[in-house]
Design a protein around this ligand. Structure first.
Ligand SMILES: Nc1ncnc2c1ncn2[C@@H]1O[C@H](COP(=O)(O)OP(=O)(O)OP(=O)(O)O)[C@@H](O)[C@H]1O
Ligand SMILES: [Mg+2]
Length: 258
């Protein structure tokens, strides 16, 4: 990523970000609400045009070679994007056609991704009858259908129960180990960020740190990533105000108001 920038008339959402993610790495992208995470992911996925700068994904330039980039990536959006009126399987077939998955391979690939997210027995059910966790798992399956080199996950486990989050993490680790897929994900859960090999922290569109969770904790003499995060994003005071309102939110889930 080289000086990747997205400017809107009233603000710079992503401000000249440069860093490299290694092949096969699980890379976490953290930052408070509105920091620029989704905007960055959308530019990397060629859904938004950068104002300046660019990035190479799987060796392809996001500005000059968007088609090759799209064939190289899978994407799980922050907002659900399944067609609820279709069955799980129909959603996957539609995606396979969109990504030119060869028709002779389509059935076996669909079977294998459904197996991976444990939804094979529900494939003929309408998505609107699925629970939140099942939809998320189906979205991950869909993101993998065309065997991407890089999988982007924008808050993939938000709102899911601990058991489902744990299972999704098992899939993610499995994918990385078996298929050497590079995973680029955002999360607000600090205990999840600990699963990443390296994390980048972004605030107000600027990169403020990039290192392994352990090194970040050492560097900032912090006992938890929460502490590193609050320190780097300078929101201690707001955090004090927001925390009592969080009530039963899971520990480590940082939600911020602007
Ligand atoms: N189309 C747009 N026009 C103007 N501003 C925008 C637009 N899209 C996003 N922004 C602004 O860009 C900033 C970054 O938004 P972005 O969605 O990337 O944040 P985020 O880090 O993903 O936050 P969250 O944790 O809430 O998902 C925000 O201030 C947002 O209001
Ligand atoms: Mg976002």
């Amino acid at each position: 990523m080289l000086e990747l920038t997205k400017e809107y008339p009233s603000l710079t959402a992503v401000d000249s970000i440069s860093f490299t993610v290694r092949q096969g790495e699980i890379f976490g992208f953290l930052g408070p609400n509105g920091a620029g995470k989704s905007t960055t992911i959308k530019m990397l996925a060629t859904l938004l045009k950068p104002t300046r700068g660019t990035a190479l994904i799987n060796g392809y330039d996001i500005v000059r070679q968007p088609n090759q980039v799209r064939q190289s990536i899978g994407m799980v959006f922050q907002d659900p994007s399944l067609d609820e009126r279709l069955t799980a399987r129909e959603n996957l077939v539609f995606h396979a056609m969109l990504y030119n998955v060869p028709s002779r391979e389509m059935n076996s690939r669909i079977a294998s991704v459904l197996e991976m997210v444990d939804l094979a027995d529900r494939q003929h059910h309408l998505v609107r009858t699925f629970s939140g966790g099942m939809k998320r798992r189906l979205e991950i399956a869909r993101g993998l259908l065309h065997y991407p080199a890089v999988l982007f996950l924008d808050e993939p486990t938000v709102g899911l129960d601990p058991q489902t989050r744990h299972r999704i993490w098992q899939y993610i680790h499995g994918l990385q180990q078996q298929h050497r897929i590079t995973i680029f994900m955002t999360t607000h859960y600090m205990e999840e960020a600990e699963n990443c090999q390296r994390i980048a922290i972004i605030d107000h569109g600027r990169l403020v740190a990039l290192d392994s969770p352990l090194k970040l904790k050492e560097q900032y003499s912090a006992s938890s990533l929460d502490e590193v995060f609050i320190h780097l994003t300078g929101r201690e005071i707001r955090e004090e105000i927001v925390r009592p309102q969080l009530g039963s939110s899971p520990r480590g889930h940082l939600r911020r108001r602007r």
